[in-house]
Ligand binder design. Structure first.
Ligand code: LLP
Length: 407
């Protein structure tokens, strides 16, 4: 889908907005969201876009207008959803630890419900809800003990991970939670990891979750909702094959048919990753011994995925009119760390200083994980409209004054 951001519009954006700059395609984001929503068809469902993947207000507004719900993990994310016109009643609050202030903020705004990961938190939500005389929906996030086969830092569904409540203990925890009068225990949730290219593991988790729903119902709980988390992967590397959203949801519908459940999902990456390009300009070329370096004006503070997860992002020369021989080089930023690279030993066209380079598939966990490390102002963000030609700045480039705000 990132092809939809043509060189012409990228050139124009670089000229008007400067580099580094994150550019998102509205058409791609909406196509992925609609693939989920349409695949559910008439089945009762809520697609709760995982805000953590890309929390820009422009992106959230686009999804809110298309009818999306939201999955949040902090009070700050709820603040963003509300600012973007998102609906609190379609928002679920996930995450391994929520503060009293965050829970109160969510209760005051009437979110759909909480996905809770500890008994201590159930007790806290119950107490705060009691004071406010409300009875929020609460699901336990269950850890189904399934191996998601992904990078170890983003796999979450095994027993040794900090996430969720062990599926073998979940029934007992629900039984104790039934004694907490201010919780509506109508839902169960799980999320086994991210960047999952073989959805077989998610289907395995669904099987275990359905069996759990049956057991909880036989104990007298009226479970009406099942939240299956996010996790569907995208194709980053040549040869990667991304699962089809439509097929994945189709199989999920078949698997859960007859259980009378409203399904919820929390996709992040599979909605926004392919929609994003990091536009950066070559500052200089340099050679150390046998090694070629392409120094660009984007760095690990803008895109930390290569340094943190050894992530692969496709890198292209924006102007592809003149043929260039390929070189093998490290594409690095100006930050003072050996770990500051966007790619290592990568075969790319022989780019010259001053030329534009596009780092692909950075719409998810790109800007959202960026920082001011080395006192680098954060990049601008641009949203290309559905026509693929016009665009608007959805976050201005930070200025030096922004760096010292609050100091
Ligand atoms: N729901 C929950 C409870 C989650 O923890 C996550 C992601 C999602 C939904 C969305 O998952 P997705 O559909 O995006 O895979 N920073 C890492 C990814 C961390 C994912 C954390 N949880 C990266 O850059 O690869």
């Amino acid at each position: 889908m990132s092809e939809s951001l043509a060189s012409a519009v990228l050139d124009q954006i670089a000229a008007q907005v400067g580099t580094p700059c994150f550019v998102y395609s509205s058409a791609s984001i909406l196509a992925n969201y609609r693939a989920y929503a349409e695949a559910f068809g008439e089945s009762p469902h809520t697609v709760c876009y995982a805000v953590k993947a890309n929390s820009n207000l422009g992106v959230l507004r686009l999804l809110a207008d298309a009818g999306s719900g939201f999955d949040i993990v902090s009070g700050g994310e709820l603040f963003r959803v509300l600012k973007a016109g998102g609906s609190a009643s379609k928002t679920v609050f996930s995450g391994v630890g929520k503060s009293a202030a965050e829970i109160e903020y969510a209760l005051d705004n009437g979110i759909f419900g909480f996905n809770s990961e500890s008994e201590a938190e159930l007790v806290l939500i119950n107490e705060l809800a009691g004071r406010k005389k409300v009875k929020p929906r609460v699901a336990l996030r269950v850890n189904p003990d399934v191996d998601a086969v992904t990078h170890p830092y983003i796999s979450t569904g095994l027993r040794q991970h900090k996430f969720g409540i062990d599926i073998h203990e979940a029934e007992d925890v629900y039984a104790r939670a039934m004694k907490l009068p201010n919780l509506a225990l109508e839902s169960v949730s799980c999320h086994i990891g991210s960047q999952i290219l073989d959805p077989g593991s998610i289907h395995e988790a669904i099987g275990k979750m359905l069996a759990l729903v049956d057991r909880l119902r036989s104990r007298g709980l009226s479970i009406s909702h099942l939240d299956l988390g996010g996790g569907l992967g995208v194709a980053y590397k040549p040869g990667d094959e991304a699962p089809s959203i439509r097929e994945f949801i189709g199989r999920m519908r078949t698997q859960t048919a007859g259980h009378g459940l409203h399904l919820m999902i929390e996709p992040g990456r599979s909605i926004v990753a392919e929609a994003g390009t990091l536009l950066t300009r070559v500052m200089a070329r340099k050679r150390n011994g046998d090694k070629e370096f392409v120094i660009v004006d984007a760095a690990m503070n803008d895109l930390i995925r290569p340094a943190l997860y050894q992530a692969y992002h496709e890198i292209e020369r924006v102007d592809r009119t003149a043929d260039r021989p390929n070189i093998v080089a490290d594409i690095v930023g100006p930050v003072c760390e050996t770990g500051d690279f966007l790619a290592r030993d990568r075969e790319i066209p022989d780019v010259k200083a001053g030329e534009l380079v596009a780092v692909r598939n950075v719409g998810a966990y790109g800007f959202a994980m960026s920082s001011n490390y080395n006192s680098r102002p954060r990049a601008a963000e641009v949203l290309v409209n559905e026509d693929g030609a016009t665009f608007r700045i959805v976050r201005r480039r930070e200025q030096y004054d922004d760096l010292i705000l609050g100091e």
